[in-house]
Design a protein around this ligand. Structure first.
Ligand SMILES: Cc1cc2nc3c(=O)[nH]c(=O)nc-3n(C[C@H](O)[C@H](O)[C@H](O)COP(=O)(O)OP(=O)(O)OC[C@H]3O[C@@H](n4cnc5c(N)ncnc54)[C@H](O)[C@@H]3O)c2cc1C
Length: 528
């Protein structure tokens, strides 16, 4: 039996993204998904700007935008007594403020999961050397020092087979079998509220088109729910939460009852409505204590389950596999030591914990876990979490500190302070190349990138062949004169950006032995 480099279990957004990322690094993978096709449920819809930067890096951004809605069709958040009744409040989410939009060359996108996954599948299948097998269920796994043996079931034929892989990415969602098999301990509250998500056809434009919003909350004494924008025309979701607090169980939601509730929430008793589907789910807010279990890595909802309040679950998962993929590629290509893989847990688990806590605090502030007599609007941080979107900063063996302290930030959830301190996301600055404007963010990936100041020639020579190098002031023009200050560099300084766009190392100014420093930098980041 030949050994496969990577087995990906789960063909949700996280597994499909992992397949695309690994192929871009030339790493062969097999993805198995137990369902015959991609999701038929529009769960996640909000893809934040950081995740869209990542999809842009891999050439998928434009296709996602054409499958989704432009920001101007979903820019607000609205609270009403009913869609046709009194409006309680409307907010422009902080994420949409001009200052925050200026933090990235890329805007967020609203694209429902059942529209997104076919796009990801198309890209994953088009890219050799990936293989995707639907209707294939992962059953069990054992691992030894050299690899992992997994048992798979072909659900069409009922035939079981084994595959041997060097590594497994567990992207098998919130019911993760792998998570149980490896004995991961989940930290945090489980099953904090229950919910049903309806999908239906109805033309809601008369009550929505003049106030385009991603979410329309309905607050009535006996009905609290949320209209979820999908195509902003005739396809919508309606989410009822906290069922048990209102005396419901999912079984109560017959088509007739769903239609009656939708009409009540719109405030139009004879509104034509056609039900398309219903899914029941429970929100938890817990995170695996360990993301790495030998050769098995927990990612996405298998690693962390969070309430959807804030729209972080899928985004965090895609960013998990973005972090993991280049590390697996480096180890599989023999360019890095095994300890680089430990930094996946060291970097992503603390961030998953912070994000899950913010999602939980959002949901508590909205009274999702209790019965409310009247409207309860969320805290101001809700959908203004700019610090969470761009502010992930890692402290691990794959980051070389430069002795500077993190920037003071009195509101780390809502406020992103751009910084090129090692560990942080390399900030967006507009530069010019061959007369065209380009963002620094678009220079990063697929492998390491070295950016030096105009007098950083020594760094360029030292890093030659190991990183794509640019001198700002030579092939890149800094017409606004902002880059050196934004990156905290003198003219002879340099910064090494990892394949995931995070800063791995920074020399704020030049030193004598650039070649000697270079060896130490790579050995350290790569765990050699
Ligand atoms: C109402 C709602 C709204 C949400 N809104 C947002 C949002 O706006 N933004 C956001 O970022 N997140 C949002 N989320 C969360 C988001 O949906 C999840 O975080 C996301 O789906 C996680 O992706 P995943 O690939 O890790 O898991 P999943 O999407 O659950 O995919 C896991 C896949 O693994 C497969 N699988 C499981 N077990 C096996 C097995 N044994 N063998 C083979 N295949 C297997 C499953 O069939 C499934 O296809 C929302 C969730 C809900 C419920």
């Amino acid at each position: 039996m030949s050994t496969l480099p990577v087995l990906i279990v789960g063909g949700g957004p996280v597994g499909l993204s992992a397949s695309i990322f690994l192929s871009a690094f030339g790493i062969r993978s097999l993805l198995v998904e137990r369902h015959p096709g991609t999701s038929i449920v529009p769960k996640a819809r909000g893809i934040n700007a950081r995740t869209m930067e990542i999809y842009r890096q891999f050439g998928v951004e434009a296709a996602i935008r054409s499958a989704g809605l432009p920001p101007e069709k979903s820019g607000l958040i609205v609270w009403t007594e009913s869609l046709a009744g009194r409006e309680i409040e409307r907010r422009v989410p902080g994420r949409a403020s001009p200052r925050n939009q200026g933090m990235s060359p890329v805007a967020n996108c609203l694209c429902a999961q059942d529209d997104l996954e076919p796009v990801l599948r198309r890209f994953a299948e088009a890219q050799a050397p990936a293989e995707l097998r639907f209707d294939t269920e992962f059953l069990s796994v054992t691992q030894d020092a050299d690899g992992v043996d997994a048992v798979l079931l072909d659900r069409r034929t009922g035939v079981e087979s084994s595959v041997r892989a060097q590594y497994v990415i567990a992207a098998d969602g919130n019911q993760s079998r792998i998570r149980r098999l490896v004995g991961a301990r989940m930290i945090g509250p489980e099953k904090i509220y229950d919910s049903v998500n309806m999908v239906f056809n109805a033309d809601l434009r008369p009550w929505t088109a003049h106030r385009p919003s991603a979410l329309y909350f309905v607050e009535q004494p006996d009905l609290r729910g949320t209209f979820l924008t999908i195509n902003a025309h005739d396809r919508w979701g309606f989410l009822i939460h906290s069922l048990s607090q209102y005396g419901y169980t999912p079984a109560d939601f017959t088509d007739e009852r769903c239609i009656a509730m939708i009409r009540q929430a719109v405030g139009v008793p004879d509104l034509p409505v056609r039900m398309l589907g219903l899914s029941a789910w429970e929100a938890s807010a817990f995170v695996a204590d360990q993301y790495r279990h030998g050769r098995i890595f927990l990612t996405g909802d298998a690693a962390h389950e969070m309430p959807p309040t804030g729209g972080f679950g899928m985004n965090t998962g895609v960013q998990d596999v973005h972090n993991l993929s280049w590390k697996l590629a480096a180890v599989l290509r023999g360019e890095a030591g095994d300890s680089l893989l430990d930094t996946y847990h060291a970097e992503r688990q603390p961030w998953g914990t912070v994000t899950t806590k913010v999602a939980l605090d959002n949901c508590l502030s909205m009274g999702r876990t209790e019965r409310q007599a009247g409207a309860k609007l969320p805290r101001a941080e809700f959908l203004s979490e700019q610090g969470l979107i761009f502010g992930a900063s890692y402290d691990s063996a794959a980051v070389i500190p430069d002795g500077t302290m993190p920037e003071a930030n009195d509101s780390p959830i809502t406020q992103y302070i751009p910084s090129a301190r090692p560990g942080a996301r390399a900030p967006h600055v507009w530069l010019w190349r061959d007369g065209e404007r380009i963002s620094t963010v678009d220079l990063f990936g697929p492998w390491f990138t070295l950016l030096t100041g105009p007098e950083g020639a020594g760094w360029r020579e030292a890093f030659a062949g190991r990183a794509v190098a640019y001198t700002v002031g030579r092939e890149l023009e800094d017409r606004d004169g902002l880059w050196l200050a934004a990156y905290g560099l003198a003219a002879d300084g340099a910064v090494l950006v990892r394949p995931d766009g995070q800063v791995g190392w920074r020399a704020r100014s030049g030193i004598g032995d650039a070649a000697g420093v270079f060896d130490g930098v790579f050995e350290s980041v790569m765990g050699l």
